[in-house]
Design a protein around this ligand. Structure first.
Ligand code: ZN
Length: 292
């Protein structure tokens, strides 16, 4: 996944500004054949210098190895700032191919909060052991975005090691009905808590990708985990609609836009993170879906 920080820095801009200033020749220059030749020579030398500087600055920015932590081929951590990571895990579904899913890992004072698990217990176990061994933190809490496998596929494993799982009461009810592992801490509407000094807000805005989908907001960082309710910018459709409530989806996202101001980063359930533009993009995709 492309690092949104690199994208937003716009490395080429300073180079372009410098280049533009060399297009103009000062009117005070007395034009003689010699002057013209000297000027042309100077301009050529300057252009070569500029190109060297610009290209030297541009290449490392473009080819800079990502700061992504590759745990293995299927599990990666993408840093999102101090002690906050996206956990990106890869799976293969018949007829769908290889795809990735996103969750969060927040490390505070030797403890880790996970938002959504990878799709299965084994990947969740591997991710957890990396957090323990390499990031020196114990996973103590899990927030579940909705009842699908890309949020709670590893819940069984995490509960077996004593992790507290938080979920919307509707998600818990669906888990009971479907014989899934059952998260133990319910909330309705919103749940705000302090995770070792970091404020966390879980909130239910309404139906969309599923009837029970919630979002997680980190106000100190202005990071919004939208989960499958929010689509990445390269998504051209809404994805799996098997449990979706398309009629409500755009209204739900509209409420999110109203609730949070100054959103810096939005993490969708699948695909690249971005900025607040993912929200109107999702609304557009919902409108497109309705016209079908
Ligand atoms: Zn889902």
């Amino acid at each position: 996944m492309e690092n949104p920080k690199i994208k937003s820095l716009g490395y080429r801009l300073p180079g372009q500004i410098v280049l533009n200033s060399y297009f103009s020749i000062s009117p005070e220059v007395i034009i003689t054949e010699r002057n013209i030749k000297a000027s042309i020579k100077m301009v050529i030398v300057k252009w070569i210098l500029i190109f060297t500087v610009v290209i030297a600055g541009w290449l490392p920015a473009r080819s800079q190895p990502s700061d992504k932590i590759v745990i293995n081929r299927d599990i990666q951590l993408i840093p999102l700032g101090d002690s906050l990571y996206i956990h990106e895990t890869w799976d293969e579904l018949e007829g769908y191919g290889r795809f990735s899913s996103n969750g969060l890992v927040l490390i505070k004072g030797g403890r880790a909060l996970m938002v959504d698990t990878p799709m299965d217990n084994e990947k969740t176990r591997r991710l957890t052991s990396y957090i323990t061994d390499s990031l020196k933190a114990t996973v103590t809490k899990l927030i579940i975005g909705h009842f699908h496998d890309d949020c709670l596929g590893g819940l069984g494993y995490l509960q077996s090691i004593g992790v507290e799982a938080v979920a919307h009461s509707m998600t818990i009810r669906i888990c009971q009905e479907q014989g899934l592992p059952i998260p133990q801490t319910p909330f309705s509407d919103a749940l705000n808590f302090d995770f070792n000094g970091e404020e966390i807000e879980c909130r239910y805005f309404g139906a969309g990708h599923s009837a029970d989908n919630i979002t997680v907001w980190l106000p100190g960082r202005k990071v919004l985990f939208g989960g499958c309710l929010i689509k990445s910018m390269d998504s051209t459709g809404l994805g799996n609609l098997s449990d979706a409530v398309v009629a409500d989806w755009d209204t739900t996202v509209g409420k999110l836009l109203k609730q949070y101001s100054g959103i810096q980063t939005v993490v969708p359930g699948h695909g690249s993170a971005g900025g607040a533009e993912l929200l109107p993009h999702t609304i557009q995709l919902v409108e497109k879906q309705r016209m079908k």
